[in-house]
Structure formats: structure tokens, C-alpha cells
Design a protein around this ligand. Structure first.
Ligand code: SAH
Ligand code: SF4
Length: 349
């Protein structure tokens, strides 16, 4: 139960001060992570008096769901307010057999990638593990009785800068006594913190990793990802090799196609040289509009880029963008304001 102790220290304290038996902590942890309660009154496995006391001392929900928007393609975006008034966003992407939740790990992000709306915000603070995991719990309640099949840490923030809390959240999501999602169905994306990539490779769980590369060329990367490029592409590739050789797991490279910037044949050719391991996979994505001066590579050219990459022997896919009409696609999360959106639906839970 050390995981529960770390995850809900406030609740543990409240239980202790009431002299509750030790097994209560496991019950409460289970009610939150598996029962998905957002109000202790819903935790019917707990005695009534305890529910009332917890309601006062350690509320079940730490995030307030402020708005839920729905895109025409079924993508949903949740806007949450933290206890100290910050706004964060979470996205649910339904596909045929999948329900993927994209979660945030920081309020804003300090990495300042030039094409990213979150990067424009700067950083306010790291999220706690409970704030990270609760985003999944809320989405899971929302899709019930369907189940969340995948979690991707690709929302607001650089997860590797909030390593400890992020990993604790992922462990709770993976924990059989917690949310119970297989590690292989959880993926983290990083802009490329090399020490943390190595550390992540050494963790016992089989979480997946994606590295945001965006260009094979050093100077170009310095231009579009100023903070991430404090480490050279070569250092990044060293860490990537360490990851695949240690874990024997596939490693994904994220590549956002920016018109005229990183979408030329010379980029494909350099990528074919750089991504020279059978476990490397190139994930192409067209730029989603943000007010940053960049433009998306046209669809046809993106497909040509993909075909050329495959021709040169790369394992590659072009991911469709989802939820653009509610600013829910990759790089668009900025929790801008509370203005009403086109497809806002009432908050029922
Ligand atoms: N901070 C982490 C994870 C969150 S961003 C990271 O950068 O990897 C998730 C992915 O969206 C990253 O690959 C990021 O580079 C990409 N992205 C950012 N802005 C984008 C945009 N406007 N269009 C498409 N992808 C974008
Ligand atoms: Fe941060 Fe990722 Fe956006 Fe870069 S792309 S600013 S690392 S959230």
C-alpha cells in the first residue's frame, strides 16, 4: 500500500487521525482509482461517518471539471481547474476499438517549442500525481460502460521535467489494485531530455516512449525547439539507442510536418540515416494550427513524405489529426479561457 500512501497522503493522514484500521487506505484507494468516485458519498464500501469526515478533510476530487467540449469527430476535451485556480486540458480520442486519453503533466510548459500553443504559455507549475491520474479517472467515468484502452502523456507539459509525479501517476494507472491499465497501453512523449530517457529505460514497467524529433538537423532543431536542443541530436540518438537496447521495446519518433520547414526530401534522406534501428518507428503528424506563424504541410505532400520514408526503408506512419475544431489536437492545448465553445455539452457528472 506504499503506492496509495504516496498517491493520497492527505487521505492517509485523515484516516490516521481518526484512528481508522489500516485496511481503510486500500479501500479508499480502490474507490478512487477503480470505483472512480468523485464524491465520497459514492464510496458505499466506506462507513457513512467516514465518508462525511473525508468530505470535509480530504475531498475525493482534486480537479474541478469546468467544461466539456465535443468535436465533430467524437473527440472530447475536458477543461479542469486545479485547487489553486490553474486551467489544464485533457483529451479523449475515440477510435474504432480504442478509447485513448491524452493527459497533461504541467500547467503550461517551459520548453517553448515554437509551433506549440502550450509552449507559448510558459510554465506555471508541475501537476501532482493525483492531478495527472484524475484526468484519466474523469474520462473513464465519462465513457463508462466503455473502457479506456490507452493513455498517452502528450497533453500540456514536458513529462520528463515532472518525472517523479508523472511516474507515480502512471504506476497508479497501471496498478492492478489501482486503475489496472496494462503498461503497454500507456505511452509517454518527451521533447528529448536525455538523462530522463535513460532513466525511463531502466524502469521495470513496460511503458512506451515517444521522442519528439521534428527534424534530423541540428540547427533546425535549435531553431524550432530551443530548450530541447540544449542536447544535440547525436546525444538524443545515443539515449534512444540506450532505450531500445535496454528495453527491446519499439521507440517512436514524433515528427510534426511544418510546411517548408522540415518537410523536404532532404529531411527524409537524413532521417533514413539517423533512424537506423529496426525498433525505431517514425510517427508523422501534420501541424495543427496554432497562432505561431507555422503552416501545415498539405496532405498530398505529407503522404509523399511518408512514401519516400518507406521507400528508404523506414518504418513510418502518418497519424490523422483529431479534434481540431475544438482545439483539442496535438499542440493546441492552451486552456485559453472560459469562453463558451461551439459544441459545449452540459456537465452531468
Ligand atoms: N511535451 C511533450 C509531450 C506533449 S506534446 C513533447 O513535446 O513530446 C505532444 C506532441 O505534439 C509532441 O510531439 C509535440 O511536438 C507535438 N506538437 C506540438 N505542437 C504541435 C502542433 N501545433 N501540431 C502538431 N503537433 C504538435
Ligand atoms: Fe512543451 Fe511539448 Fe509543447 Fe514543446 S511540444 S512546448 S515540450 S508541450
Amino acid at each position: 500500500m506504499s503506492r496509495a500512501r504516496e498517491f493520497i497522503p492527505g487521505v492517509e493522514k485523515a484516516l490516521k487521525s481518526r484512528g481508522e484500521p489500516a485496511y481503510r487506505l486500500a479501500q479508499v484507494y480502490n474507490a478512487l482509482c477503480s470505483g472512480l468516485v468523485r464524491d465520497w458519498e459514492e464510496a458505499t464500501s466506506l462507513p457513512k461517518s467516514l465518508r462525511a469526515a473525508l468530505q470535509e478533510e480530504a475531498p475525493a476530487a482534486v480537479l474541478e471539471l469546468t467544461r466539456l467540449s465535443r468535436a465533430t469527430d467524437g473527440t472530447r476535451k475536458y477543461l479542469f481547474k486545479t485547487h489553486d485556480g490553474h486551467l489544464i486540458e485533457t483529451v479523449l480520442i475515440p477510435e474504432k476499438a480504442r478509447r485513448t486519453v491524452c493527459i497533461s503533466t504541467q500547467v503550461g510548459c517551459p520548453m517553448a517549442c515554437k509551433f506549440c500553443a502550450t509552449g507559448l504559455l510558459g510554465i506555471k507549475r508541475n501537476l501532482k500525481a493525483r492531478e495527472i491520474a484524475e484526468q484519466v479517472f474523469v474520462a473513464a467515468r465519462d465513457v463508462w460502460p466503455e473502457r479506456i484502452s490507452n493513455v498517452v502523456v502528450m497533453g500540456m507539459g514536458e513529462p520528463m521535467l515532472n518525472y517523479k509525479e508523472c511516474l507515480l501517476a502512471l504506476r497508479v494507472l497501471n496498478d492492478a489494485d489501482g486503475f489496472g491499465l496494462a503498461a503497454r497501453h500507456i505511452a509517454v512523449s518527451t521533447s528529448g531530455l536525455v538523462e530522463k530517457i535513460r532513466r525511463f529505460a531502466d524502469e521495470p514497467e513496460q511503458f512506451h516512449l515517444a521522442i519528439s524529433l521534428h527534424t534530423p538537423f541540428e540547427e533546425e532543431r535549435e531553431e524550432i525547439m530551443p530548450v530541447a536542443s540544449r542536447r544535440s541530436v547525436l546525444e538524443l540518438m545515443d539515449a534512444a539507442r540506450y532505450y531500445v537496447e535496454t528495453t527491446r521495446r519499439k521507440l517512436f519518433f514524433e515528427y510534426t510536418l511544418l510546411a517548408g520547414v522540415n518537410d523536404q526530401p532532404r529531411h527524409v534522406e537524413a532521417l533514413a540515416e539517423l533512424l537506423d534501428h529496426p525498433l525505431y518507428h517514425l510517427n508523422l503528424l501534420r501541424f495543427n494550427w496554432t497562432d505561431t506563424g507555422y503552416a501545415a504541410t498539405p496532405k498530398r505532400e505529407a503522404k509523399e513524405f511518408l512514401h519516400y520514408a518507406r521507400e528508404l526503408g523506414l518504418s513510418a506512419t502518418l497519424r490523422p489529426s483529431r479534434g481540431q475544431d475544438i482545439d483539442a489536437a496535438c499542440g493546441q492545448l492552451a486552456a485559453k479561457d472560459l469562453r463558451p465553445q461551439r459544441a459545449t455539452i452540459p456537465l452531468s457528472r
